[in-house]
Design a protein around this ligand. Structure first.
Ligand SMILES: Nc1ncnc2c1ncn2[C@@H]1O[C@H](COP(=O)(O)OP(=O)(O)OP(=O)(O)O)[C@@H](O)[C@H]1O
Length: 266
């Protein structure tokens, strides 16, 4: 087989729009079996949410895709290439923001570009664009402690966008913000998904949030986490946020997922 055949074969195996492929992923932490045999594809331009009972391995799966932890078995491929560690095409947005407290908003957002060795003027101009996109213009010189939780989370998102990663891994990014900010974020996120054509993989505990923001919802079973169902909410996203939340399709999907998850909390 020639080199070009090999390349062709690798590409042929990738479903047309799957950027991230998870194949046969298992994870054990000592005696604790967190994930069992997960097979999933994550397409470009779509937001896929991982939802399931506490401890079913959502964060573990996200970190395996990020290359932050190794699976016990199986493989993750990004654009056909096996993941062996973190890479610039994947950005992870942490639950606790993980900002540098001693650095300004500008420096925090530009940090990924600084690590890549990009010059100051160029990285600041890119960072400024994303600071504006998340609604933080005017706060460039503030420090994280001078911002609200919601604003800190925006800094985390802007930083992830600034490195121009193809795959955005979001681990309960809105869990630490109040309800009003959370709704605003969900709307921002929908706008970004539409605008950026990236692959979004999102973890949340909230069924309503999952139905509101997701193109696809992967329901994981109780530990060891397995894929129990994949749901594609059929929602008219051109409607206003309030209309969406009253939409019958939205309400039915929330109810369907709740029926599926309810027995885990009984
Ligand atoms: N480093 C670790 N060492 C040992 N066990 C771990 C470790 N990390 C996670 N676990 C266990 O693996 C299981 C899956 O954890 P994980 O955090 O991935 O679940 P989760 O679905 O994200 O949970 P939650 O919804 O509560 O955030 C849990 O039982 C957890 O206690």
């Amino acid at each position: 087989m020639t080199m070009s055949d090999a390349v062709f074969n690798i590409e042929k195996d990738v479903p047309a729009d799957a950027v991230v492929e998870v194949r046969g992923i298992c994870k054990k932490y000592g005696e604790v079996e967190a994930l069992r045999n997960i097979d999933l594809d994550f397409p470009r331009g779509k937001l896929t949410t991982l939802l399931g009972p506490s401890g079913c391995g959502k964060t573990t799966l996200l970190k395996i895709i990020a290359g932050l932890i190794e699976p016990s078995a199986g493989e993750v491929r990004v654009n056909g290439r096996p993941v062996t560690g973190p890479g610039p095409e994947r950005a992870f947005v942490f639950q606790d923001f993980a900002l540098m407290p001693w650095a300004t908003v500008m420096r925090n957002v530009a940090f990924g570009l600084e690590l890549k060795g990009m010059g100051k003027a160029e990285r600041q101009s890119i960072a400024a664009k994303y600071i504006a996109e998340v609604g933080l213009s005017g706060f460039e010189d503030k420090y994280p402690h001078e911002l609200s939780g919601g604003m800190r989370q925006r800094v985390g998102l802007a930083r992830a966008f600034a490195v121009n990663a193809e795959v955005l891994l979001l681990d309960e990014p809105f869990s630490a913000v109040d309800e009003q900010n959370r709704r605003k974020f969900q709307e921002d996120l929908l706008r970004l998904v539409e605008k950026e054509r990236k692959t979004f993989i999102f973890v949340t505990h909230s069924i309503e949030e999952a139905v509101y923001v997701s193109d696809r919802i992967v329901l994981l079973s109780r530990r060891p986490g397995r894929v129990s169902q994949i749901i594609e909410p059929k929602i008219d996203r051109t409607a206003s946020p309030d209309a969406i939340r009253r939409d019958q399709g939205y309400l039915d999907t929330v109810e369907e997922i709740w029926q599926g998850l309810k027995h885990y909390v009984d």
